[in-house]
Each structure stands twice: as structure tokens, then as C-alpha cells.
Write a protein that binds this ligand. Sequence first.
Ligand SMILES: Cc1cc2nc3c(=O)[nH]c(=O)nc-3n(C[C@H](O)[C@H](O)[C@H](O)COP(=O)(O)OP(=O)(O)OC[C@H]3O[C@@H](n4cnc5c(N)ncnc54)[C@H](O)[C@@H]3O)c2cc1C
Length: 546
Amino acid sequence: MTDASTDVLIVGAGPTGLTLALDLARRGAAVRIVDKSPAHPRTSRAKGPNPRSLEILADLGVVDEVLAAGSAPLPMRVYRDHRPVAETDPWADAAPTPATRFDRPWLIAQWRLEEILRARLAGHGVRVELGREVVGLEEEADGHHVDVTFADGRAERARYVVGCDGAHSPVRKLLGITFDGTTAEDQVMVSGDVELDHEDLGRDRWHQWFDADGAVMLCPIPGTRTGWWFQAGPERDADGRPLAPTLDGFRRLLTQHTGLPGRHLTRAELLSTYRVNVRMADRYRVGRVLLAGDAAHVHAIAGGLGMNTGIQDAFNLGWKLGQVLTGQADAGLLDTYEEERLPVAAWTLDLTSDRLRATLEAIREPGGNLSSAMTPETAGLGIGYRWSSLAGTEAGTEAGKAPDAPATGPHPGDRAPDAPCRDAATGERTHLYGTFAGPHTTVLGFGPASAAVLREVAATYGEGPGVRACRVYAADEDHGTAEPGSLIDDQGHAAAAYGFGAGGSGLVVIRPDHHVGIVAPAGDPGSVREYLRRLHGAPGMVDAVR
Ligand SMILES: Cc1cc2nc3c(=O)[nH]c(=O)nc-3n(C[C@H](O)[C@H](O)[C@H](O)COP(=O)(O)OP(=O)(O)OC[C@H]3O[C@@H](n4cnc5c(N)ncnc54)[C@H](O)[C@@H]3O)c2cc1C
């Protein structure tokens, strides 16, 4: 076997693997992505990205397509014993805020989202290699490569392997990583993609029927005329054991719980029995092999966080692998992936179990519905990594803030808030996340006192893709000599969001995944220098080490 020309081999082309592949490909990494399936899936599964995932998809350049291909989440129509009893819209009060463009999750079939990600990936020359099942992994004794064996007997070598291979993850098993937790045998749901030719069932609602014996939920699949997500309590045998889902079984469930004639259900696929599994890996990395997505954690679907947590894992890992592969950061940076994401998985398991309990409780009452599954937390915007070793300042307090950092505003580790601004050169409306978008780290400078540090950052890291310096001018500041890419905080939202207030000054380093690295006083070039050196190495190191 020759030396590896593959930087990262991704096992599994679900949403997690595709997000990671896209992030790595745009960084110029030699990435390959394999999947054991002989064909791309056409099944709907997860209902769509939450606001935090939408921010990530925006960074990856695909959000407009996702928004166009999907729909806003639908209001719910609730029925009891076949009769409509309530209408509810969990997003009725949602409204954009300066801190994020996305105020609600988006409804899109998982296969369609995957198709969009694959198309963008193909633009980087990377295609999913289908029919390629990984069956063996071995890290080379030299510690520089992993040898990967496929079911067809072929073998390949890669510098890193990431198992994005789903809940049953062969990669996880090959690494001997445990997947502890519980499976609730009594909490069973059947689901599938169905076709309904019933014209009277409005496609502007998520219909939810409940009665003493069970439930059926039908949510229209955007982009189709007759396709619906079907979820129901299962049929059971005489001993109360759940029966496997079938087309005829779905028809019977439809008739029994909705009163609609079963013959209107003309097709069903992805017939699947779902049991609530609450499990997570106890490690995310063994040497050069890492886990992400369902391979690392599974939980109740209440809150719709399965796919989202995987997308967010991938976005945390992508830039770290990118920095290590180019030699800008040492391999220790990869340890912060588990350090940051494993506690998020544990929190997600708790949150979704809690939401499931709340939902089961709610639907016992007439009018109760699935809206209890959603809380502000399920938007994902509050997830941060204050405990991370990447969230410290040299003078960090327990909460990670330097004593002279602003009292309000995000802490190191928090998701960086967005804010509407104007481009200083063109006057056009833009926003901070427009500046963050891309594979780079951003240094934001507020107030005239930040200018010297920003100039130093720009001179040190130059025009390269690694670090971008961005001066944020207050509305009343003279920006006549603004560098290209500078922003005008014309409504004061950026200064307020970062805690600098009117006329305040300071520096904020934003990681490529939109989390705050450090917040420093404007006259403190040392901590900015040191932080950037940790992520980007000494200038000139780029591509020096593989
Ligand atoms: C019926 C159903 C309904 C669902 N509904 C929801 C929902 O409403 N909301 C929600 O949030 N989530 C839902 N989910 C879960 C959601 O689909 C997953 O959380 C999401 O797909 C996880 O993405 P992933 O990329 O981590 O893994 P997956 O999407 O599972 O992708 C893993 C990939 O790895 C491949 N693979 C496995 N082993 C190997 C191997 N040895 N070699 C190569 N490739 C391999 C598989 O073929 C697969 O393509 C549902 C899932 C199912 C099945």
C-alpha cells in the first residue's frame, strides 16, 4: 500500500458525513466519503434543520437552496376522536432578532437536504462513493495513517477516518467504544413516507389525531404533491406486542385513528419501527479515528435534534481537522472536539428525554399535541462551550472572561451573536455572519483603539484564507479610511450584542464555527496573538507540516 493521499476518509454519507465532507472540501483537504448503500436514499426521515443548523448551512453556502426546497414549519391541527379540537402554531410568536437570521426550524425532507449537500460537494470535485462498506480499521504503527478495509476486500489508507456511519456504527464497534444507555421497549412508534390521494386534507397543516387507543400524525413533505410523513402508534398482536409496519397496517391505522378511508393511502415506504434509544459513546476519538452524528449519540426524536446534533458535530470538527491537516495547529486541537461535543450530546439526551415526557403528558389531554416537544433550547442557538480549553483567556475567570472584558456580551465558548450592519465600502446591508462565513477565523475590532491590533493581524496573516480582521465602526465614527471588509454598526446591535456599548472598544476572536474564542481589551494584542497562534500557528507554517 502506498502513502495516503487521502487526508480524511468519511464513512457514511448521511447529513453528518456530508456536512463534514463539504466543510473539509472547501478547505482544500483531500477528502473522500464512502457509503455502503448502493444508491442515495430517497426517504424523508428527519424533518429539517433548526436555526443553528441553518446558520451552518448558510456558512456552507447552501441555505438559500434549503429554504427554497423546504417550507416554514407548519401549524398543527389537533383532532380528538376524529374531530378537530385545536389549532396551534408553535412558531406564531417567532420573529427574527438582530442576533440571528433564523427564527424557526425549516421543514425539508432529509433526502432533499442530503441531495443539496451532495450537489455542493460535487462542485468541489468530491462525490459519494456508493456501495463501499467499511469492515476493518487499523491505525498504522507509525501513527501517521489508518488502514481501512472494505467488504469487497480492497484496502485504502487515510490520515484520518471519521465514522459518520449512523446509530449502528461499525466504526464505533471496530474501535471498541461503548454505546451505553437505554432502549425503551414499550415506547414504540411506526413511521414511513406515504402517498395520500385525499384532497381534503390540507397541506398547510401538520395533522395530529389522538384517541384513547393511539395516534396518527401526518405532515406534508415539502416539494411533493401527495407525499406525507406518517407516524403512528403501532398495531399490536393479542399479547400487546407491536406488529411490524406494512402498507395495509398503515391503512388500518389511518382508518382507525383518523376516520379517513384507508384506501386513500396509496403507497408507503421506509416502513420503520422506532424505539426510543437513549445512548451515547463514551469517547469520540481513538487516535486518528473519530465519531460524529448518530454514530456518537442517539436519543428521543422529540425536539427534532437527531440530524441537527450531527450537523453541529461536523461543523465543530471540520475546522479543527482542517487546521491540523495543514499543520497550523497541533493534533491536540482534535481533543477539543470530544471535550466540547460530548457534553452537548449528554445535554441533548437529557433535553430530548425531558421533551418526550412532556409531549406524552400533553397528548393525554384533549387538544394536547406535539408542540411540547419544542422549546427555545431546541433551536440550538444557546449551545456553547464555556468549559472548553479553547474558551479560556490567560487571565480567565471561571466563566472564561478576562476581568477587564465587558460585563455583558458573550463569554468565550458561547455562540457568537449575529447583528445587522452595513458594509463600510459599499453601504450595502449585511450582517456579522456574512463576515464569519467561510473557513476562516475572524477578529472583530470595536472602537479606534482596536485598529492597531487589527492592522497587525492583517499584516501577519495577510490575504490568506486563515484569519480575517474586521473593524466594526460605530454609526458616528469616521470610516473614511476603512479597510475593505469593514462594517458599520449603524443600529448599534453589534456593539450591544458583544457588550461594548456605545463608544466602547475591544477585540473578539470568533472561531470558524462561530463560537467566541476570546474577548480582549482593545489594547491587548498579546492575548489575540497567542490565541491565533494556537489555532493558526506561527505565520508561514501553513502547509509546512502534513
Ligand atoms: C424512519 C426514521 C425517521 C426519523 N425521523 C426523524 C425526525 O423526525 N427528526 C429527527 O431529528 N431525526 C429523525 N430521524 C433520525 C435522523 O434521520 C438521524 O438522526 C440522522 O440521519 C443522523 O445522521 P447521520 O449522518 O449521523 O447518520 P445516518 O443518516 O444514519 O447516515 C449513516 C450512513 O452511514 C452508512 N453506513 C453505515 N455503515 C457503514 C459502513 N460500514 N460503511 C460505509 N457506510 C456505512 C449508512 O448507509 C448511512 O448512509 C429519523 C430516522 C429514521 C430512520
